[in-house]
Ligand binder design. Structure first.
Ligand SMILES: C[S@@+](CC[C@H](N)C(=O)[O-])C[C@H]1O[C@@H](n2cnc3c(N)ncnc32)[C@H](O)[C@@H]1O
Length: 209
């Protein structure tokens, strides 16, 4: 048994409705690794149980797995707005939401994240950033004014397979963007932050100003 197996086998099991989405994503999608998966999914649910957010924004829906994990942990009156630019995913996402008892808490927006964020006249308790890595800083700057003081921003893939530690090819735009984003957040005095070594790196940010 490796460390990852030990961790998952000593955490809650993946609910059946999510196991189905996980399997269907692996069968139907070219890049199934984008899905949060069993362990990170349980972490997202637990964070939502802890924070009890009524309004969540997710940037990067993919097949709906992480949106459902968050909806599962939110209060009954909670709503997740989730954005994805890939309209070919729309029917699959809708089927996944309808096949779950938490789908009614989720509103899907198909379109470019920055365009859709600008249209949302909401104040969020929690934002989960998990779309185009090159745009991370732009997403963060667009959402932070819409996060309540004391609210949270979670950012996925901030360790980027360990590439943030190694000499980087300046043509590797995604690694460069994540490194710049991490440095920017580390220096941002408007927020408290911890980079958690969960899966591919999950930065937890709290707005204090
Ligand atoms: C890593 S996946 C999201 C995974 C999902 N959060 C989960 O954990 O199951 C990233 C998603 O971001 C979407 N995306 C990429 N660029 C985007 C953009 N500019 N606007 C909106 N969505 C975008 C992609 O289509 C893809 O589905």
């Amino acid at each position: 048994m490796n460390l990852e197996d030990y961790i998952t086998s000593h955490s809650d099991t993946e609910p059946e409705y999510l196991d189905k989405i996980n399997r269907a994503t692996h069968l139907r999608m070219i890049n199934p690794r984008m899905l949060s998966g069993h362990f990170q999914g349980r972490v997202l649910t637990m964070f939502c149980h802890m924070i009890q957010p009524e309004k969540v924004l997710e940037i990067g829906t993919f097949t709906g797995y992480s949106a459902l994990c968050m909806a599962e942990g939110m209060p009954e009156n909670g709503i997740v707005h989730t954005i994805d630019c890939d309209d070919e995913l729309e029917n699959f996402i809708i089927d996944n939401f309808s096949g779950s008892e938490f789908g009614h808490k989720i509103k899907l927006h198909i379109g470019d994240a920055l365009t859709e964020i600008a249209k949302l006249d909401e104040t969020f308790d929690l934002v989960f950033i998990d779309a185009d890595k090159v745009e991370y800083k732009a997403y963060y700057e667009a959402v932070l004014p819409k996060v309540r003081t004391g609210g949270y921003v979670l950012v996925d893939n901030t360790l980027w397979d360990g590439k943030v530690l190694k000499p980087v090819d300046p043509k590797d735009k995604e690694t460069m963007a994540i490194m710049e984003f991490n440095d920017f957040i580390a220096a941002d005095k408007q927020v408290e932050k911890v980079l958690l070594p969960i899966r591919d790196g999950l930065t937890l940010i709290r707005k204090i100003d």
